[in-house]
Design a protein around this ligand. Structure first.
Ligand SMILES: Nc1nc(=O)c2c([nH]1)NC[C@@H]1CN(c3ccc(C(=O)N[C@@H](CCC(=O)O)C(=O)O)cc3)C=[N+]21
Length: 285
């Protein structure tokens, strides 16, 4: 079998067009503030893409670029200012942060109503409880959209997620569960990764290890979603060995052009949703 390539770039573009149409009808623009601490080259690329997406869609956007040496108190003060700024409906602090800053404290400081990353425990708690959520975790929600784009029904399918991070693996497993998949969450201590992956109708690879998923591990026809964004000799490479896996899988996402653009599209959707929720006179739940 030669896998069909899932065009994340195109699917993301369609979502952005829809948001743009919605935004054109609004009297006040939704506003997104992005904070970048330090000069990590990958983070700079991502933050620039987010800024560009905002401009294209018609959002108001602010990017706060702070030096690598920024202290925790200073960052917290900026977050608190943005939390009460009426122009701003979404606040995103780009991760990772320099080591003098406690990431947990920063995640807890973002006003949950403006938490467009869906990292705050109030929002992950709402999600994990199955309550209706204003925001969804961007990368996992993007993965679900990509799986759905194949036309394959998720219900009753065996999904294997590799990687248990709070940002991708854990919430991806939860969204797959909500879509009625039978979910296995694998990680560095999983006894036999290949045996787990071989059972999967849907594979979501999010470990940050280039090429860890190979063709011999893939059930013929499986849907393979590659969340990996590893830089190997300056080249962006996924967690999936594309050549061997695409010979076995039914569908596969490329890197770049797969999950990455969807993460940004979902961030835009969350910003619009947060804006709408903040402008409703009664609470949504
Ligand atoms: N608070 C926070 N929220 C995030 O959502 C967040 C974060 N921190 N830290 C880092 C990760 C990573 N991430 C990506 C976004 C876009 C692409 C993307 O657009 N990638 C392009 C290629 C871009 C390139 O060439 O590097 C693609 O895959 O086609 C990738 C990765 C968001 N993250």
């Amino acid at each position: 079998m030669t896998a069909q390539i899932i065009d994340g770039k195109k699917i993301a573009q369609n979502i952005r067009e829809k948001i743009k149409t919605e935004v054109a009808k609004l009297a006040v623009k939704p506003g997104l503030a992005v904070i970048l601490v330090g000069a990590d080259p990958a983070s700079q690329v991502y933050v620039n893409s987010k800024e560009k997406a905002c401009q294209e869609i018609g959002f108001y956007s602010e990017v706060h670029r702070l030096p690598e040496t920024t202290g925790e108190a200073e960052l917290l003060a900026l977050i608190q200012k943005l939390n009460v700024d009426p122009k701003i409906h979404g606040v995103l602090v780009q991760l990772p942060l320099p080591q003098q800053i406690n990431e947990d404290k920063i995640i807890l400081a973002v006003e949950p109503a403006k938490d467009v990353d869906c990292f705050h425990p109030v929002n992950t708690g709402v999600l994990f409880s199955g309550m209706s959520s204003v925001v969804l975790p961007c990368t996992p929600a993007g993965c679900i959209e990509l799986i759905k784009s194949t036309g394959i029904s998720l219900s009753g399918k065996k999904a294997v997620v590799i990687g248990r991070s709070n940002i991708v693996g854990k919430p991806a497993a939860m969204l797959l569960l909500q879509n009625n998949c039978t979910v296995t969450l694998c990680h560095s201590r999983t006894a036999d990764l290949a045996a787990e992956v071989r059972q999967a109708d849907i594979v979501v690879a999010a470990v940050g290890k280039p090429g860890i998923i190979t063709g011999d591990m893939i059930k013929p026809g499986a849907v393979v979603i590659d969340v990996g964004t590893n830089r190997v000799n300056g080249k962006l490479t996924g967690d999936v060995d594309f050549v061997s896996v695409s010979a076995a899988a039914g569908f596969i996402t490329p890197v770049p052009g797969g999950v990455g653009p969807m993460t940004i599209a979902m961030l835009m959707q969350n910003t619009l949703n947060a804006y709408l929720a903040q402008n409703r006179s009664s609470p949504s739940v």
